[in-house]
Write a protein that binds this ligand. Structure first.
Ligand code: FAD
Length: 276
């Protein structure tokens, strides 16, 4: 099976979190992911921690990809960060617009992710492999699916090498998105983002905010489990493994796991898939 795995972390805040993530990463390394990515807080709020986390991952001989969001940033600040990434051996970036944090009034010098992609290419040529975000169920602020797809293509045309999707639980949304992107001439790999389910209440909150749909048949089942975490996780493993199986059967280039800094759900899903 020629499937490229990648795994996402968020930058830990405490010494204990750093230790825990180190152990998580070592456990997940058995899956031989193509890269580990590390999220970047809105408006640059985690810049130092993201940098420290990717630097440690790169120093352990893994490919590390910092996420980089441009909202609220200046050209000079991004230029400086790109130079630091290069010095730290970083060769891959997940380039995003991000969301302006509440209370931060100045949107900075970039309006959309395609401008960041173009800027990275202008400044650094082919020094970085650039991934961008894709939304099979559409970005919550998109005026229309057609508009969102056009904006997605702009990011690829600006020089992105690949895309990672927001998570979803309806494989048809992904398949249709990819077909529509291909019809527009987009040829880069579009890797589905996979969200393992540790807690239904957290997933429901997060999904409302980012516009990912939890299908009714899943929601009803989860709601019926109430506080029974073991049943939530057992059902979550079943549906996410089944989703991955369907995606693999449809020929996806890889799977990008939103690990939430935990190893066991991702490891268990991969075990059931026969990976690693
Ligand atoms: P864009 O591609 O710029 O799109 C944002 C919106 O603007 C869309 O509705 C689009 O249709 C519209 N748009 C784009 N171009 C134009 C244009 N020229 N004119 C008018 N409208 C336009 N957030 C974080 O804060 N940190 C992270 O680390 C992070 N990692 C992520 C990783 C992945 C794989 C994904 C899928 C999302 C991630 N996010 C992260 C969330 C992301 O920052 C938000 O979804 C954000 O609202 C949009 O970022 P984007 O890069 O997709 O923006």
């Amino acid at each position: 099976m020629n499937l490229e795995l990648s795994i996402e972390f968020f930058p830990p805040q405490t010494a204990e979190g750093i230790e825990k993530l180190r152990a998580t990463r070592e456990q997940l390394a058995i899956l031989q992911p193509a890269f580990f990515s590390v999220t970047y807080g809105a408006g640059g709020s985690t810049q130092e921690r993201t940098l420290a986390t990717v630097s440690e991952i790169a120093a352990a001989d893994h490919v590390a990809a910092p996420h980089l969001s441009c909202i609220g940033a200046t050209r000079a600040s991004i230029r400086e960060l790109l130079a630091t990434f290069r010095v730290r051996g970083i060769r891959r970036i997940v380039a995003l617009r991000g969301d302006l944090p509440s209370g931060m009034a100045d949107p900075g010098e970039f309006r959309y992710a395609n401008e960041l992609v173009a800027f990275i290419r202008e400044e650094t040529g082919d020094a970085f492999h650039i991934d961008v975000a894709a939304y099979p169920e559409w970005h919550p602020q998109a005026k229309s699916p057609r508009d969102d797809l056009r904006h997605f293509k702009q990011k690829i045309d600006a020089g992105a090498n690949a895309a990672i999707t927001q998570y979803f639980y309806n494989p048809d949304a992904y398949t249709r998105f990819v077909a529509d992107a291909r019809a527009l001439g987009v040829t880069v790999p579009i890797t589905p983002g996979i969200m393992p389910i540790a807690s239904f209440s957290k997933l429901a909150r997060f999904s409302d905010a980012c516009g990912a749909e939890i299908p009714r048949w899943m929601r009803k089942q989860f709601e019926s489990f109430g506080d029974d975490t073991a049943s939530v996780q057992a059902f979550g493993l079943e549906v996410v493994t089944d989703l991955c199986q369907q995606l693999i059967a449809r020929g996806v280039p890889g799977l990008h796991f939103y690990s939430m800094n935990q190893s066991w759900l991702t490891l268990e899903i991969c075990r059931r898939l026969g990976i690693g």
